[in-house]
Structure formats: C-alpha cells, structure tokens
Design a protein. Structure first.
Length: 603
C-alpha cells in the first residue's frame, strides 16, 4: 500500500511538472512573439504548434484589421497562405497516385490532350509529375503579371496556360529551379484526372475529411470568408492596407485558411495521414526527391529540407500580397508549427525588410526550445588534388527566380552574384568567404554546414550556382552587369550629345527637324531611367499584378523617340551639314534593338 501511494505521488508530481513546463513554454513563446512583432513593426501574427495529433500551442497576436481594431485569432482569422499552397497541391497529387489514377514517373502527356500540349507550350518536352513537384521540370518563372486586380480578369488554369504558355529555362530533370508554373500545371493535371476544378477536388479530398471548414482555394471568395479575411499591410512609416487581388496560378499560392485549420493539415502529415493518405505515402512525400548538390538542402514532394540543431526538418514558406507564413515539420518527432503574419517583407524597389526575420528567428527559437542541440559542424578541409585550372567556378551568375519571360528580365541584372577566385582553395561570393571542398562545392569558411554547389554542362565551367534550393545561371559576357552599364552609358552619352547639338541648331534657327530630332533623342534618353525610377519607388508586391501605367508609358518613350528620329532624318539627310550628327542619331535608334532584347516595350 505504501509503495502504491509513493507511485501515485510520483505520477502527480510528474504531471504537475509537465503542466508547469508547458505553461513555461507558452509564456516564453508569447513573450518572444510579442517582442518580435513590436521590433519588426508587424501588425499581427498567429502561431500553432502540434505534436502528432495534439495541439501544443495556439495563439494570436496583434491585429488582423488595424482600422477596425480586430484581433488576430488562430481559429477565426482567415489569412492568405501563399506558397504553402504548394504543400496542398502535392498532397492532392499523392492522393491520386495512391488511388492509381496518376503515376509520378509517367509523362504528363498521358493526361493532357495534344491540343493542350500545343497550347501550353509542352509539345517538345517530356516532363513528369515528379519533376513538377520537385521544381525540376525546367520551367522558367513568371512572377510579374501572375496576379490580377479584379474578379472579371481572373482566368481558369486552362485559360491561364493558353495565354501564358510554358517557357523552358533548362532541360527537364537537370536542376531544381523553384517556380509557380510547375505546381500550377500539377494542379491542372488534378483537374483533368479528377474531372472537377482543382479547388473543388481539394475541398472534397482534403478540407472536408480534415474538417478544415474555414479553408478554400477558390479565388472567388464566399461571403463568409470575405468577412473573416485579415487585412495585410505595406509599411512605409505607417501601415497601408492592400486590396484583395486574384492569383492566376492559384494551386501554387492561392490557399486561404485559418491557423487552426492549418493545424489540422499538420496533424495529417504528422499522425499517419488521418484518412487522406496512408502513412507510407506521407513518408514518401517527406523524403528527399531532388537536390542540386549532395551537400545542399533538397526538395521533397511539397516541402523543402532544412537542417538545424542536427535535426532534419522539412518546411514550406509562403508569401501573398502582404501575408507571409512558414509551415515547418520535424517528422521524426511528429512535431511541427505554422506561423503567419500580415506585413509585407518587401520595401519599395524590391529590397527585403526586417519583417522577413520573424520566420527564421522564431524557427530557431522553437527548435532550441523543444530540441536543443549544438548547431555547428566541423569545417571540412580543402581538397589537395584540385588543380588551379581544373574546373572554373568563378564568374557572374544571375538569379533564376524572376524569370526571363517579360520585362522582369532586366531586373535580374541587379541580382547577379559574383564568384571570385582568391587563390587555389579560397573564393569570395559577393563579399562572403568560402573554401573549396570539392570540384563543384564551396563551404562557408566559418565552419558551418552552409555550402554553395555548382552544376556543369559537360564543359570545364560551372553553368549553375546553387544555394539551398535556389538556382543561379552563369551569365554571358554580354549579360554581365558591368558590360551592360557600359552599353547604357555609351548610349545615353550619345543621346545627350544629340540633344545638346540639336538644341543649339534650333537656337540658330535652322530646320525645325532639328527640334524633332532633339525631342526624339530626349525621349530615348528618359525612357529607361524613368522606368527604373518607377520600379524603385513602388511596392515590389504591386508588380505581381503587372507594370504600372507610368512604367508602361516610360517603356514606350524610346520607341516613340526612335520614330521621331527616323521621321526627322528623312529631311535632314538632304542637308549637307551636320551629317555626322545625323549618323549618330541613326546609330542611337539601335537602342531599340537593345531594349527588345530585354523584352521591352511593356505590352
């Protein structure tokens, strides 16, 4: 009897300790997030943490609507989940795979008609669902213009791909290059095979079984969703609310949900599928499926890999018109969390602001709190057998994330990364020091496990540079930003010479055609600077809806100027004086060919 009472007392003590520990963790998390949103000027945030089939933590902070003083609530506030949507699209694909309706390794030509393949730009390539889900299909990205302002402008997936056919940036299966187009195409395959719109399939096969009653992929919002949808904000000294917009490749970024509903999705992935998928298929989704380099984080089906505190985690970040989120899981411990906040991470002109730090800071805090361990790995020694000219890594590489399909191509100039070789073993990547540890591998020289990997194209030069799951492509001499600045300087100096000399010719009361010549050269001189000024003074998020009217007008100015120069030249060519000025003006018209290379004017 005495032993039994002692056992009961120990159990009660352990139970009380567990409650106190949970209360302490909740207090620590509350304090951390409250301080973080104040420090990073974030109006509102919400977090849920689950383990297996249980909720460890759930809370909201700040405001979902500043004007109306509405608090952020995990169960009541709806938010836009951005690219976390991709995890749901991958889950939808796997549901159809498990039922035998899809084959991950079969070409998608098995599921689309010849007309669709032709309309969508897919006739000449064989791609698979495996490649679509791992971002290795070779698709180029199309970010700007992927959102529309009005419901009347929204298009079905079929209409979207007809208007914007797929453009290939690399060969299928060659590299991992993250983009929305591939996941949207996977969503279209779901439509074709299931015979229903993608948003209806997800509602029937994922939301309903998991009782996610406040979730939707349908871009046309129900009234009850509109009422509970949080505002999102751009911060520029004060909080400016965004208007709701419509995402065209919506299987990639169109999910709307609550944090509590997202907890149910986490439970499904951490507690054996909960009826939507078998445990075997859940495990299949969570395993690595593609990586650009063995030392780099890879891609699973719907998730990317992450390593911290000697633990392998998987995660997916999201961003959609001022909303930002992170879903992260540690499958081995059946633990995960979902975080969302409602301030844009972009500054005017595309810079990333301090709000972006919340996801990395909170991730590290939670992993330290629940799974503390040493993070650092001993640095590897440089390879001694690499010859100085054995394999060329140095050069400039351009971020492939913006895509080359429209006017965003020129913005990639500002995102070029320079790899410099300092000596046989040491490299500099845009100011950060690395040591070479393999033929196609550099390691951050702090001794951490952060690597830069490279992919070749069967030459002695690396073609692609990779960090994590992102890719950069080696640029040609012509596309090198230094050479491009020289070209721009030469053209604009030439424009200026013609403007000044035309002005003096007008003063001397010579032909009025000099006035037209000067006006045309002025328009050519102003077009690109005004366009870039428009870009650097706008909220980057707004460009997802396409270029502004001022940017469109600016892009056309050089073309109008070229017409004026050619028009005036018809008369000036008959005059004997200032032939060299005319020749210089006609040379300036070649600037139009240069602009067309960068996909201008904006149409």
């Amino acid at each position: 009897m005495k032993n039994f009472l002692i056992l009961i007392a120990l159990l009660v003590c352990n139970f009380c300790d567990a409650i106190q520990s949970k209360q302490l963790q909740k207090s620590q998390i509350d304090s951390f997030i409250t301080q973080s949103i104040n420090k990073h000027k974030i109006p509102g945030a919400s977090l849920i943490i689950v383990r297996g089939d249980s909720i460890l933590y759930s809370n909201g902070f700040g405001f979902s609507n500043i004007k109306d003083n509405v608090k952020m609530s995990p169960s009541e506030t709806l938010v836009r989940c951005g690219s976390v949507s991709k995890s749901f699209t991958a889950t939808a694909i796997m549901i159809l795979v498990e039922t035998g309706m899809l084959n991950l390794r079969a070409p998608i030509t098995d599921y689309l008609t010849d007309k669709e393949l032709k309309d969508f730009g897919l006739m000449d390539k064989k791609i698979t669902l495996h490649q679509l889900l791992t971002h290795s299909a070779g698709f180029d990205e199309r970010l700007f213009g992927s959102h529309v302002k009005n419901e009347s402008e929204w298009k079905t997936l079929s209409e979207y791909f007809k208007k914007y056919p797929i453009v290939f940036r690399s060969e299928p299966g060659q590299i991992l290059n993250y983009n929305d187009q591939g996941i949207a195409m996977a969503g279209y395959v779901v439509e074709k095979v299931s015979g229903m719109p993608f948003y209806d399939f997800v509602e029937k096969k994922i939301f309903s079984p998991l009782k996610m009653s406040n979730s939707s992929f349908n871009p046309i919002l129900r009234d009850d969703i509109k009422k509970k949808l949080s505002k999102s904000y751009f911060y520029d000294g004060s909080f400016i609310p965004y208007d709701y917009d419509y995402i065209l490749p919506y299987p990639a970024a169109g999910l709307i949900s609550t944090v509590s509903d997202m907890g149910e999705f986490l439970k499904a992935h951490l507690a054996g599928g909960r009826g939507i998928l078998s445990p075997e298929f859940i495990d299949e989704m969570h395993s690595q499926k593609f990586t650009n380099h063995p030392k780099l984080r890879g891609w699973c089906y719907g998730f990317a890999e992450w390593k911290e505190n000697n633990k392998r985690l998987i995660f997916k970040d999201g961003q959609a018109t001022g909303f930002n989120s992170r879903l992260m899981m540690l499958p081995s411990e059946k633990w995960g969390f979902y975080l969302v906040w409602n301030r844009s991470i972009f500054n005017k002109g595309g810079g990333i602001n301090e709000a972006n730090k919340l996801k990395s800071e909170l991730s590290s805090f939670l992993i330290d709190l629940y799974f503390p361990a040493s993070r650092h790995k001993k640095s590897e020694k440089p390879l001694a057998d690499i010859k100085p000219n054995d394999f060329i890594l140095e050069g400039r590489y351009s971020d492939m994330g913006l895509g080359n399909q429209n006017w965003s191509k020129i913005l990639s100039l500002g995102l070029q990364i320079r790899v410099l070789k300092e000596n046989e073993d040491n490299y500099d990547i845009s100011g950060t020091k690395y040591v070479r540890t393999d033929k196609l591998e550099l390691q951050y020289n702090s001794g951490s496990n952060f690597y830069a990997g490279f992919t070749s194209d069967n030459s002695n030069k690396a073609k692609y540079l990779h960090f994590g799951t992102g890719s950069h492509e080696r640029v040609s001499f012509f596309d090198n930003i230094t050479f491009q600045l020289i070209i721009l300087l030469l053209f604009h100096s030439s424009f200026l010479v013609v403007i000044v000399l035309s002005f003096f010719a007008v003063i001397k009361r010579k032909s009025k055609n000099y006035l037209i010549l000067g006006l045309g050269s002025t328009l050519m001189f102003l077009g690109l600077p005004l366009l870039l000024l428009g870009f650097f003074t706008i909220d980057f998020q707004e460009l997802y809806k396409g270029a502004t009217l001022s940017m469109i007008i600016s892009s056309w100015l050089p073309f109008i100027g070229a017409v004026l120069i050619i028009f005036s030249s018809r008369y000036l060519i008959k005059m004997k004086e200032k032939k060299w000025l005319l020749r210089l003006s006609l040379f300036n018209v070649a600037f139009i060919i240069y602009l067309m290379y960068w996909n201008f004017p904006i149409i």
